[in-house]
Design a binder for this molecule. Structure first.
Ligand code: GRF
Length: 217
């Protein structure tokens, strides 16, 4: 991965294969799509850790079935967001994690994570950003009545889904759609888009210059 900021270009050479941590709070269907792509050799990476803030989340079962280690915490056990992020960082650094993939991690992150991982931390959002950021991007777009929505993968900058956009996949809203049928097609799009983007990063093809992201051949 090449990270460039306002002319001050720096190359972050990933080790081969790229060491990834997935952050998730819920079902983990995006984790599953990624884990299958890694298992099948479609991404030159290893999934080394799942970080989860909900001890009952189904993603933890999925992680176990792929034999991926987990770090689970309850935010209420810590005095601040910074305090649990310090512990997360220690876990990431102990494993040499090079890329953080947020896949349904329902928390904003602070400088504790953003500063060391800027340009190496991505998120998937179920809408075409900058439209419908935050919670329930699918429902927001459906209620608004847009004809086109989709999924976005972007770098994380600490804001609410505000970081530089890497890739987007559009999903048409059909007249007969319900929230459920639209949601299913958006999740399908996510399950294609996220492994594709992670594959590009693992292959060192993604560069970032200010807000502009380029995928190199
Ligand atoms: C996805 O729709 C993702 O875009 C959003 O949270 C959802 C997570 O789904 N950030 P899952 O846990 O991966 O099934």
């Amino acid at each position: 991965m090449i990270v460039s900021n306002g002319g001050d270009e720096k190359a972050v050479a990933p080790s081969v294969p790229l060491k990834i941590a997935v952050f998730a709070s819920g079902s983990g269907s995006n984790f599953q799509a990624l884990a299958e792509a890694v298992r099948d050799g479609r991404i030159n990476a290893t999934l080394d850790l799942v970080v989860c803030d909900k001890p009952s989340a189904y993603v933890l079962e999925r992680a176990r079935s792929f034999q991926v280690e987990t770090f689970t915490f309850s935010p209420k056990d810590y005095p601040s967001r910074q305090a649990y992020e310090e512990e997360i960082i220690a876990n990431l650094q102990a494993r040499g994690i090079e890329l953080i993939v947020m896949a349904g991690y329902m928390r904003l992150v602070t400088e504790v994570l953003v500063e060391p991982y800027y340009g190496r931390m991505i998120n998937i959002h179920p809408a075409l950003l900058p439209a419908f950021p935050g919670m329930d991007g699918i429902g927001q777009a459906f209620e608004y009545g847009v004809k086109l929505t989709g999924a976005t993968v972007h770098f994380v900058d600490g804001g609410k889904d505000t970081g530089p956009i890497i890739a987007q996949q559009a999903v048409e809203v059909r007249d007969q759609d319900t929230l459920e049928t639209l949601g299913e097609r958006i999740h399908q799009a996510e399950h294609e888009l996220l492994p594709q983007v992670v594959g590009w990063i693992a292959d060192g093809r993604v560069s970032l210059n200010g807000r502009i992201v380029t995928i190199n051949n």
